[in-house]
Design a protein around this ligand. Sequence first.
Ligand SMILES: NC(=O)c1ccc[n+]([C@@H]2O[C@H](COP(=O)([O-])OP(=O)(O)OC[C@H]3O[C@@H](n4cnc5c(N)ncnc54)[C@H](OP(=O)(O)O)[C@@H]3O)[C@@H](O)[C@H]2O)c1
Length: 296
Amino acid sequence: MSRKYNISDMTIVVTGATSGIGFAAARQLALKGAFVIGVGRNEEKCSEAIQKISEESPGARIRYIMADLSSLRQVRDLSARIRSVAAETGNDRIDVLVNNAGAFSNWYISTEEGFELQFTVNHLAPFLLTHELLPLLKNSEAGKVITVSSGSHYRTRIRWNDILMRKRYNCLLAYKQTKLANVLFTTELNRRLGPSSNIRAFAFDPGLVNTDIGLKGTAGIAKWIWQLRKNKGRSPDIPASEIVWLIENVDTPQSNEVYWKGCEPKAPSRYSRREDAAVRLWEISEKMCGVKWFSG
Ligand SMILES: NC(=O)c1ccc[n+]([C@@H]2O[C@H](COP(=O)([O-])OP(=O)(O)OC[C@H]3O[C@@H](n4cnc5c(N)ncnc54)[C@H](OP(=O)(O)O)[C@@H]3O)[C@@H](O)[C@H]2O)c1
């Protein structure tokens, strides 16, 4: 931690900016003067988000782009559209990418590319979007990639023999694995970027938050459990303000300062610190996304 960054100079991309933590973060960042590019999958919700933020702050610089992040084709298309919107500022630059969008699904759902839904939205989409936006992040004085992980990444592992859980799908284990993947991705991204890079990656743990994430891809008892559980959660405005704090205050993460919760670094799980697992996941993700990072 070293210096205070000025948010009003920044161009910030927030995925999943139509509800919960993502909407609250987009709103707070726009109120602080950032040029915010929100990403949502639903046109009506995108318009509502713009309207709410603009009513509160008529001068807010905010744009929304629609994309379904369960489609890697749409993630590629999204990054091209982000590049052209970001260019409106006159700088081909993104200062912060907040990979926040996340999904939970009771059922095995196969995506356009034939992958499992949670693995795609929660892990492959941030992996690919970060890859595609890296040239713009490199143009920032100090680029940040913040990926919203979860305390559910503790006490789990990657199922290497069936990473998409095609043979035996368990929704909770599938979700936990994606949140572990977020930490492994963040650690490996920092390792590959190297200590002299202008870009730093962080995994953010929002704690238990009162949002509808567990009501969207669920039914029956799972829906009922989340309905009860979410009421014990914090308002989305609190983790959103912690994301804002991270953007404003935190500089180069040391090896043990990759995972942040409540404005403090926290040790992530022992498994998430395994370099062999991070490298293996990275290589699998590259193949699935059809990209090769840092080649040449
Ligand atoms: N809530 C918690 O207690 C908690 C705890 C730990 C971690 N997290 C993490 O926090 C992040 C935000 O979740 P939240 O709790 O704020 O839930 P949320 O209110 O449901 O927000 C999720 C956001 O992701 C979007 N999204 C979902 N699937 C998408 C897709 N296929 N394509 C594009 N966008 C998609 C949603 O769009 P719609 O508005 O259209 O649904 C929404 O904007 C997630 O990564 C989640 O894993 C949450």
